[in-house]
Every structure is written in structure tokens, then in C-alpha cells.
Ligand binder design. Structure first.
Ligand code: DX5
Ligand code: ZN
Length: 223
């Protein structure tokens, strides 16, 4: 599996979004990662369906949505109905709030979208392992969900290692995504731990040259 980078839009300059997209299109980022926050599951509110609609239409970069919401079982099917776009590649919900992983996974996969399950720092990797047959991507959060610009919680790196070892031992070929605090200076820690998809917000948008930053990250994660 070729490892890759997803750019987390929440850290972009929202005043100049079209410029931000142009700069990203010049890089090797494979996905744009949209954080959808509801102000309940996390103490913050981010983009919603209106913004997403225009982003998906205007940009060619594939889309990954990370739902940090209390009621994904209701919200996700509505989003899927609204966004019938081939650019929408993956939808991830949190294991802490999803009531019926099997059902939501079925709805998502039926629409040719991959289904990811995320765990917050306080949750065990068992929440992923117990649902393994329903998921196409495992997201191990490396910060407390809710805000960009935080530092990685070191203990989460061990969770990535443990999950990756479990996948290797059991011949499971599901990518491990990591999200939160990932930058050029620390990406090797997650790569060595066995992660495959690296979400980076501040680590890209607060650098001077996105292309150079992403190229350098790609060298590390595919060495
Ligand atoms: C945190 C979000 C992340 C975050 C990434 O709740 O899910 O996607 O915004 O931003 P950085 O890389 O700045 O932590
Ligand atoms: Zn995210």
C-alpha cells in the first residue's frame, strides 16, 4: 500500500480559500480532509454542508470527511444523499458515538465510499478491532479531537504500533490513518509506528511552500 498525505482544511486561511486550493493542487496531497464538528461531541464547530458543497464542486482533489459529531447515524446518510460525487472517497465516524457501525458502513459502502472508524485518544484499539469487518480505514487520533494546532499525545503513537502489529499478525490490509499534530519534524514517528495515511493541517498550511513540505513528508513515509 502506498502511503500518502491528506491536508486538513481546518488549518487553511479561510479568507483566501481559492488560493489555498490552488496551492494544494500543486502538491502531492491525495485527499483533502474535512473536519465536521458539531459543538457537542467536540467543543468546536467547523464547516458544514454548504461549504463542503462548493469545495467539492470547485476542487479536483479527492475528499475525506471526518465526522466529529454525536449523531453520525443520522448525519452521514443525509450527507451521502447530498454529495453524490465521485470525488468523495472516504467517510470516517467516531467509534465513541456511532450507534450502528454495521448499518452505517453498509450505507456508505453501497454508495462506493470507503468507511472509516476513528478512535479518540482515550479509547482503546479494541473499538476498531471489534468492528474490523465493517471498516475500510482505521483512524487513530493523535490529539484530542476539536482543534487544529495541538501537539501529538505520545501515548497515541503506541496505539498505532499496537494496531499495526495486530493487523500484520492477522493479515489485515486496512490502512491506518493518523490525525492531529503531524508535521514534517515528527511524521517519521508515526510512519515507523505503522501508519499509512497522514492527515496534516498546521503542518502544511503554516509552512511557506506546501509543495516542498508535502514532497519532504512523502519521502519520509515511503522510504
Ligand atoms: C482535530 C482534527 C484534525 C486537525 C488537524 O480535531 O480532526 O484534522 O484539525 O490539524 P493539525 O494537523 O494542525 O493538528
Ligand atoms: Zn480530522
Amino acid at each position: 500500500m502506498k502511503n500518502f498525505i491528506a491536508a486538513s482544511l481546518i488549518a487553511a486561511d479561510f479568507w483566501s480559500l481559492s488560493k489555498e486550493f490552488k496551492k494544494l493542487e500543486n502538491t502531492k496531497v491525495k485527499w483533502i480532509h474535512y473536519d465536521i464538528m458539531d459543538g457537542h461531541f467536540v467543543p468546536n464547530i467547523s464547516v458544514g454542508s454548504c461549504e463542503l458543497n462548493s469545495f467539492i464542486k470547485k476542487s479536483n482533489i479527492e475528499v475525506d470527511i471526518h465526522f466529529m459529531v454525536t449523531n453520525p447515524d443520522i448525519i452521514v446518510p443525509n450527507f451521502i444523499k447530498m454529495f453524490k460525487s465521485r470525488k468523495l472517497k472516504n467517510i470516517t465516524v467516531h467509534a465513541e458515538t456511532c450507534k450502528n457501525v454495521k448499518k452505517l458502513s453498509k450505507i456508505t459502502r453501497k454508495n462506493n465510499i470507503k468507511f472509516g472508524l476513528a478512535i479518540s485518544p482515550e479509547s482503546s484499539i479494541k473499538k476498531i478491532i471489534n468492528n474490523i469487518e465493517y471498516i475500510d480505514l482505521a483512524l487513530v487520533m493523535t490529539v484530542k479531537p476539536g482543534f487544529a494546532g495541538q501537539d501529538i499525545i505520545n501515548n497515541c503513537i503506541n496505539k498505532v504500533k499496537n494496531l499495526s502489529n495486530f493487523f500484520d499478525k492477522n493479515n489485515i490490509n486496512i490502512p491506518i490513518q493518523v490525525d492531529g499534530g503531524i508535521k514534517l519534524k515528527n511524521i517519521s514517528l508515526l510512519s515507523d509506528a505503522g501508519a499509512n495515511i497522514f492527515v496534516s493541517g498546521t503542518g502544511i498550511f503554516k509552512t511557506n511552500n506546501y509543495k516542498v513540505t508535502v514532497d519532504n513528508m512523502m519521502k519520509i513515509i515511503n522510504k
